[in-house]
Design a protein around this ligand. Structure first.
Ligand code: AMP
Length: 117
């Protein structure tokens, strides 16, 4: 068994997080280093390190996570002007925590394309 990630420890309540939503399949909490007025992370309770580890059996779970993110964006955070969902995968994308997560960002205009920086 690989070592538990920081998000695994948050799921198991071994370390604290500012949780905004939880159910049997997912957890949503505020990012510790927010990049926008709203910046929360939507994670599955199932341990999946990266997008590259997704299996067909995870299709429904991924759809569920996206729908939860969209629902919270509108119903909890009132992001009627829009929002962005981001999943980083691997070093070039800057993934630092190897437990798959969707960043929900909103509350300010965001540039496109999302580079440099
Ligand atoms: P990524 O670069 O896509 O892997 O994003 C990982 C995110 O997790 C970063 O935005 C970090 O600020 C955030 N993060 C790391 N540790 C914690 C923590 N203990 N609680 C909340 N967010 C965290």
């Amino acid at each position: 068994m690989s070592e538990k990630t920081i998000f695994g420890k948050i799921i198991d309540k071994e370390i604290p997080a500012n949780i905004v939503y939880e159910d049997d399949r997912c957890l949503v909490f505020h990012d510790i280093n927010p990049q926008a007025p709203v910046h929360v992370l939507v994670i599955p309770k199932k341990e999946i390190p990266t997008l590259n580890d997704l299996e067909e059996a995870d299709d429904e779970l991924v759809g569920y996570l996206v729908r939860i993110a969209s629902r919270l964006a509108r119903e909890k955070f009132d992001l009627e002007d829009g929002y962005r969902l981001v999943i980083n995968c691997g070093p070039h994308a800057g993934q630092t925590v190897f437990h798959i997560h969707i960043h929900l960002l909103g509350g300010r205009p965001m540039g496109w394309p999302p580079w440099p920086g």
